[in-house]
Write a protein that binds this ligand. Structure first.
Ligand code: NAD
Length: 489
């Protein structure tokens, strides 16, 4: 099989690092082989990026002209939606319908930031002196290190590349080891859309080698990271030493709350989707479920019945809900958590095993699992499993519920199911999380800011203001009636 090239400073070339593979998690076959980037590739990409963003033809380009590149990329993604969906599913095993949704969201993100280019500008602060005017302008930061995880690469890559390019920067993307394909394909589309060479590089490879060298490089002036909290913390230390900014989208252990007046049908469908879509490999997975004691039995019966209907299978088939987990090692980690839950006194209501279907034995499949009988103190309620495991806790006191829902190092998202919107708003206000869904779950909008409280992150992605996260503000004082300052006379 021919090895894939990587994209370094506008050139497609063999990586100079170790051989690596992209494997289809459904049966572990090798989809593509490539050599990862090495430290020389990092150096070449950063030098090319620094030259490219400083080039007068790019720096002086009005932002609405940069927008045309993003619009072309958006159109190219839409033209090639089936190919990109297939690639995303091969790379990380995400079921077809979800992968397709992500591809469409990447096209929408590129289009959104093209539109932001048209409307975003500087400010004219109020004048404090009649003969002085001040302008507040925004300039690019320079070379951006964008580091992304494997669970939704096309969406997380585009959430970083589009605003960074719209703001006039150069981007070096380091995708996760397991999922290099979609990121390299995006580079191809940006090149085809006319992005000048050097403004985007894609450097697959290990985080501890390629990612580390990239963020430490003196010419890298911002780190935009999505991934685990521990990695995010390490990167924040590096950024602090360099005195550069970071934006961090990190882990979660999101509470979902079903109040006693909830519409059981609505809530059961929402909870099922909130935890088991993407096999629970989502930062915002609703993995801690609090159910009012008054409706616990009927609600759990409905949720269990719906979960039993989920089709486990090859994610390339359109009707499949549950595909494989990303790697055998990750499935092992999920199994360890389930064992730990049992050891801590939990009982398995549903799932808890590798599916027995002979056709699934080559892949990293795991049954959607529901665990009861634990308190919020259990390890599986405090730690992010990142798999199809839901832990359910009954409650009857709202004040205790709020304390428990907030008793987590994480603060990414929460769901509330109730017909009483006044109560829902009060609860939403009391939860220490960055996003609250009321009578819905896991819906996104590129125009609505997203990010975490506490150890779930720093900064926000999406929304008009997120462009400014990739810019630095400059104030210019303009004397309208210049007079000598006779201070020294
Ligand atoms: P991870 O932190 O292990 O890796 C993420 C990326 O960081 C990868 O590209 C990896 O190679 C790189 N990396 C690892 N160590 C590095 C280092 N020392 N220096 C530089 N780069 C390094 O996370 P993962 O396992 O790929 O992804 C799962 C995690 O991502 C979960 O915790 C999940 O909640 C989180 N996530 C968060 C969001 C969000 O928006 N908040 C979205 C998706 C995933």
């Amino acid at each position: 099989m021919k090895k894939l090239d990587i994209f370094v400073g506008g050139k497609w070339q063999q990586g100079r690092g170790n051989e690596m593979h992209s494997r289809f998690p459904g049966d572990q076959h090798i989809v593509a082989t490539l050599n990862s980037a090495n430290l020389e590739d990092v150096e070449d990409a950063v030098l090319a990026a620094d030259k490219a963003w400083r080039a007068p033809s790019w720096r002086s380009q009005p932002s609405h002209q940069r927008a045309t590149i993003l619009l072309k990329v958006s159109a190219l993604i839409e033209e090639r939606i089936d190919e990109l969906t297939h690639l995303q599913t091969l790379d990380n095993g995400k079921p077809w319908a979800e992968a397709r949704g992500l591809v469409m969201s990447a096209a929408a993100t590129a289009r959104y930031f093209a539109a932001v280019c048209e409307v975003s500008g500087g400010e004219l602060p109020p004048r404090r002196q009649s003969d002085m005017m001040t302008l507040s302008t925004y300039q690019p930061v320079g070379v951006i290190a964008a580091i992304t995880p494997w669970n939704s690469p096309i969406a997380s890559d585009m959430q970083k590349i589009a605003p960074a390019i719209a703001a006039g920067n150069a981007v070096i993307l380091k995708p996760a080891e397991a999922t290099p394909l979609i990121s390299l394909k995006l580079a191809e589309l940006f090149e085809q859309a006319g992005l000048p060479a050097g403004l985007l590089s894609v450097l697959p490879g290990k985080g501890s080698i390629v990612g580390d060298a990239l963020v430490r490089h003196p010419l890298v002036r911002k780190i935009s990271f999505t991934g685990g909290t521990n990695t995010g913390r390490q990167l924040a230390h590096i950024a602090a030493d360099k005195l550069i900014t970071t934006s961090l989208e990190l882990g979660g252990k999101s509470p979902t709350i079903v109040l006693e007046d909830a519409d059981i049908e609505l809530a059961a469908h929402g909870v099922c989707y909130g935890i088991f879509s993407s096999m629970g490999q989502a930062c915002i997975a609703g993995s801690r479920l609090f159910v009012a004691k008054a409706i616990y039995k009927p609600f759990m019966e409905r949720l269990t019945a719906l979960t039993q209907q989920l089709i486990i299978g090859d994610p390339r088939q359109e009707r499949v809900h549950i595909g494989p987990l990303i790697t055998p090692a990750h499935r092992e980690s999920v199994i360890r958590y389930v064992t730990q839950a049992i050891n801590e006194g939990g009982t398995i209501r549903l799932g808890g095993e590798i599916p027995s279907d002979p056709s699934l034995q080559e892949g990293n499949y795991y049954q959607p699992t529901i665990i009861e009988g634990l308190t919020n103190q259990a390890s599986v309620c405090q730690e992010e499993i990142f798999g199809p495991v839901l832990v359910v806790i009954p409650f009857d006191d709202e004040a205790e519920l709020i304390d428990e829902a907030n008793d987590s190092i994480y603060g990414l998202a929460a769901g509330i199911w109730t017909k009483d919107y006044t109560r829902a708003f009060k609860l939403a206000d009391a939860l220490d999380v960055g996003t609250v869904w009321i009578n819905t779950y896991k819906v996104f909008s590129i125009s609505t800011p997203f990010g975490g409280f506490k150890e779930s992150g720093l900064g926000r992605e999406k929304g008009i203001e997120s462009l400014k996260a990739y810019m630095q503000q400059k104030s210019i004082f303009l004397a309208l009636n210049p007079q000598p300052n006779r201070w020294c006379e």
